[in-house]
Design a protein around this ligand. Structure first.
Ligand SMILES: [Zn+2]
Length: 168
């Protein structure tokens, strides 16, 4: 860590503070005595994904978010929704503190998130990721969502229902 004033290579840390994923350090140059601040990004530990066939692969946020984006293509999602979902998934993975996770676990996290976000995106992702055993299982999933959606819209119709005499 070179001093920005004199280029000196030795500096003493006089204060250190963690801000989420960044550590802010106040340093004092041992050559000229100047004080300066550095910010260091904490490198989260690496996570390996264990695929169904047993292969290990380094977890890649880019790769996963590409898959999610594909599923969400042309869906009316709020801006930043996919990024937020990715953040949540990543936080969940790092929080668990494991160095290896099953790909199916990550898939479940994504599907859980997409289910709340957009049913079409959910079905698209699920059909690729979970590889539904047969088309029947997929149909069952679609049906259960469709039924839930109907129930939800029936409820909202009920709540907005007004007796004809009360309508203005
Ligand atoms: Zn210096």
């Amino acid at each position: 860590m070179n001093c920005p004033y004199c280029g000196g290579q030795e500096a003493r840390v006089i204060d250190s503070r963690g801000l989420d994923e960044v550590v802010r350090r106040r340093r004092k140059c041992l050559t000229c005595g100047a004080r300066f601040t550095t910010y260091e990004r904490i490198q989260p530990h690496e996570i390996f994904v264990i695929k169904k066939d047993g292969r290990r692969e380094e977890f890649s946020r880019d790769k996963l978010s590409l898959g999610i984006r594909k599923a969400c293509e042309k869906r009316p999602l709020p801006i930043g929704a996919v990024d937020k979902l990715m953040d949540n998934i990543e936080a969940e993975l790092y929080k668990a503190g494991k160095s290896e996770v099953a790909s199916s676990y990550i898939g479940d996290l994504v599907m859980e998130g997409l289910k709340k976000l957009d049913h079409i995106a959910y079905i698209r992702f699920a059909s690729v990721y979970r590889e539904f055993a047969d088309i029947g299982a997929l149909k069952q999933e679609v049906d259960s969502l469709a039924v839930r959606k109907q129930l939800a819209s029936a409820e909202s119709e009920q709540s907005s229902y007004r007796h004809p005499l009360l309508r203005r």
